[in-house]
Write a protein that binds this ligand. Structure first.
Ligand code: GLC
Length: 474
């Protein structure tokens, strides 16, 4: 009895401590913690696990040519035993695979990498003391350590994606949610009754290993919850967050332990996001596979997106986005004040599909020339620009720099910007450093530009203003 009371008290204080630790933070403390992430603007996402070896194929046939193949176990309704038996022999990471990822992310201009430490399938990539469904037990390797070390060697920040949904664990009570996926959904538990509290202990134990054994972790990227199963009930979420913050005080966490309007969700669909976030639930919200129509002042957000249509590798998905789309997405997101988390789905040996390598290199080449128009910028002051996008940077002495991202290069050599003409301005092309003539007239500034666009995808002009931009009223 006494023990129970103490336990309840401990849980209670952990719970309130968690709710407090985020809310009792002053706005200035929060800004300091979020600073690097807000400045980074661009990260690389990695989905990699046992599904990577299956590559979208089951029984020798493509499961589909589109959609998430990290869900293959659910898509073919395989129990965890059958799935593991087929997938494990195919999962053979090359030595040094992580160095390839880290170099690629770095070359692309990404400042951080978030990778799947465990996806819904339940296979953990670290060497876990409390599971035998993990890289340590199966491969005698700690893949999380290999990846973290490689990322640190390139000076990249580290993010752990961790699925709270689990299709392997024999105490995970999948019948408690109608909305969350499970390969055996609708079927009785194969092992009789289950005790979800045991799964929660396991989940907390796995997370504890991840936040204790790999040095500083910069991001925890939870995935995911439903309206009918979330937060306290499903994951003891506040306690989990408190444990994480206790060991990693500077960590940044996303909103997917919850599915509530105050946590940035209006429903179950990937588009069902709201521009609202009570800091007790998370640090940022996670629009998936889409870019919000407008920025969300006061809410930190990150759009995650695939390069084709799947997160985990599929040999059947050839619907690759063009370099133009990817680069313009990055710009569009930055112009709305968000971050871009762009996914790769490596193969079972850890190698990255050539299409992704080529695109990341193209992004990197663009960033090398134009990166200052993305990093450490804030949202565009314009509601809309006919020819492209803009980002903002505050300069010393009250000056403002606007970065103008021109998608449609003017045919008449004149780029017009709806800024009040009283503004004294200086313009230069980022690609060459060449300064450009600025003429101010009425509600408009005109910049004289060369006949040909320096970059077919997006050419950037830095426009320095003496004060705050005076946007012309439409
Ligand atoms: C989803 C999917 C998942 C993917 C993730 C990325 O919720 O279940 O497969 O990992 O989103 O945002």
């Amino acid at each position: 009895m006494k023990l129970k009371t103490t336990l309840a008290l401990t849980l209670f204080s952990l719970h309130t401590a968690a709710a407090q630790s985020a809310t009792s933070e002053t706005p200035a403390q929060r800004d300091a913690r979020m600073k690097w992430w807000r400045e980074a603007r661009f990260g690389m996402f990695v989905h990699w696990g046992l599904y990577s070896g299956l590559a979208g194929t089951w029984d020798g046939k493509p499961v589909a040519t589109r959609g998430g193949m990290e869900w293959i176990q659910e898509r073919v309704k395989a129990d965890t035993g059958t799935y593991a038996q087929r997938a494990i022999p195919l999962f053979k990471p090359n030595p040094g695979f992580a160095r390839e990822w880290a170099r690629l992310a770095k070359a692309a201009g990404a400042r951080y990498v978030v990778f799947t430490t465990k996806h819904h399938e339940g296979f953990a990539l670290h060497d876990s003391k409390i599971s035998d469904y993990d890289a340590g037990s199966v491969l005698h390797r700690d893949l999380v350590k290999e990846i973290v070390d490689a990322l640190h060697a390139e000076g990249l920040r580290v993010g752990f994606y961790h699925s709270v949904i689990d299709w392997h664990h024999d105490q995970y009570e999948y019948a408690r949610s109608k909305q969350l996926p499970h390969p055996l959904k609708g079927k009785p538990y194969p092992n009789g009754t289950r005790d979800h509290a045991k799964y929660i202990d396991y989940l907390h134990g796995e997370v504890n290993e991840l936040i204790s054994n790999y040095g500083p972790v910069d991001i925890l990227w939870w995935d995911y919850s439903a309206q009918d199963f979330q937060g306290e009930e499903a994951w003891h979420a506040f306690e989990l967050m408190a444990k994480v913050r206790a060991k990693q005080p500077n960590i940044i966490m996303n909103n997917r332990l919850f599915r509530l309007p105050e946590a940035g969700f209006t429903g179950m669909g990937t588009n069902a996001i709201s521009p609202k976030l009570d800091p007790k639930y998370a640090d940022f919200i996670t629009p998936e596979q889409h870019i919000p129509a407008t920025g969300m002042p006061g809410v930190d957000w990150e759009t995650c997106m695939t390069m084709n249509t799947t997160w985990g590798y599929s040999e059947h998905d050839h619907a690759w986005k063009s370099d133009e789309t990817l680069i313009r997405n990055l710009i569009d997101i930055a112009s709305k004040g968000g971050n871009y988390l762009l996914n790769i789905g490596p193969k079972a040996d850890g190698s990255v599909p050539q299409e992704s390598v080529k695109s990341l290199q193209a992004i990197g080449a663009w960033m090398k020339v134009n990166g200052e128009s993305i990093y450490s910028t804030t949202a565009s002051p314009f509601e809309k620009l006919a020819w492209g996008r803009a980002t903002t940077k505050q300069l010393p002495n009250g000056k403002t720099r606007l970065y103008l991202h021109v998608f449609d290069w003017p045919k008449d050599g004149k780029l017009t910007i709806p800024l009040a003409a009283s503004t004294k301005a200086k313009a230069r092309l980022l690609a060459s450093g060449k300064s450009l003539k600025v003429a101010a007239e009425g509600q408009q500034i005109t910049i004289a530009v060369p006949a040909a666009a320096p970059d077919q995808i997006a050419s950037v002009i830095a426009l320095d203003l003496n004060g705050a931009p005076q946007i012309a009223k439409p």
